[in-house]
Ligand binder design. Structure first.
Ligand code: ATP
Length: 252
């Protein structure tokens, strides 16, 4: 059962959300809260619906039914445009501009202060690449340019779709440190991953499978409630229990 938090403490509230993509139902009536000022991990296998859920939160996904409330407003409201940062899996940056030119371009579009450029380059450890063309960067560096652009204007909610894919372990650790620094300053983050060892880096976890949230608690809560030694085995245990519940429900 989904337990509701006090709405002032919630950055995102989703109630009974159903989404179809093409002819297939992808999200089957899911409900969840993302608390403010925390790093919430959205973990689940490829194709389970993580991107679809994130698209619904940022307001670019047509929904079938249910409600999505973001920072107290309906998801996708014009008033949220500058308050929510979204980074998709494909880096949306210009290859023929340098890192700094890209960031400065997005800063002007947003109307963010000029001082933001160095702040976001610094936060994403891109200072040394500032003068390089984005087309000449590695995949991990390119995705950090997208993340830097999303930090412009200091959004209150960051929705990050697999931001650590393709990064080496040192950069992954640095990015998670950045996420926690942002959370400590009051930013709410929803970060998707299909790498289960990232689960322990989150304040809270949403485990997703086949368009459903199977688990919503802290990493410590996940290990305690399953008795598993690591997040990967815990997820498998959650899946097994869910399958048992379903077959018991079906048999009743
Ligand atoms: N444009 C689309 N049209 C129809 N179906 C789609 C479309 N995009 C995604 N789907 C389907 O929706 C389901 C959920 O996809 P989604 O991209 O949300 O999953 P995901 O968990 O983010 O996966 P990944 O980790 O691989 O990115 C999949 O079954 C996918 O085939």
């Amino acid at each position: 059962m989904h337990l509701m938090m006090n709405s002032a403490a919630v950055a995102v509230r989703i109630e009974d959300l159903r989404v179809r993509r093409g002819r297939s139902p992808v999200l089957h009536g899911l409900s969840l809260d993302v608390p403010r000022g925390q790093v919430v991990g959205l973990l689940g296998p490829s194709g389970c619906g993580k991107t679809t859920l994130m698209r619904a939160i940022v307001g670019v996904q047509v929904i079938q039914s249910g409600t999505v409330t973001v920072l107290g407003l309906p998801g996708g409201s014009a008033a949220l445009r500058h308050r929510v940062g979204y980074v998709t899996q494909a880096a949306s940056v210009y290859d023929d501009l340098t890192v700094r030119q890209n960031i400065d371009y997005f800063r002007r579009v947003l109307g963010a202060p000029a001082t933001d450029v160095d702040r976001v380059l610094d936060a994403t450890s891109l200072g040394d690449q500032a003068g390089q063309l984005v087309g000449e960067l590695s995949g991990g560096q390119r995705s950090r340019v997208s993340l830097a652009a999303a930090l412009l204007g200091s959004p209150e909610l960051l929705v990050l779709d697999e931001p650590t894919v393709g990064l080496d372990p040192v950069l992954r650790v640095e990015l998670w440190e950045l996420f926690h620094r942002l959370a400590a300053s009051g930013v709410s983050l929803l970060v998707s991953s299909h790498v289960m060892d990232e689960a322990t880096r989150c304040d809270r976890l949403l485990l997703m499978r086949d368009g459903e949230i199977l688990f919503d608690d802290t990493p410590a809560g996940l290990l305690a409630s399953t008795g598993a030694a690591d997040a990967e085995s815990a997820f498998l245990e959650v899946i097994t229990r869910r399958a048992e519940e379903q077959s018991a429900g079906g048999a009743a």
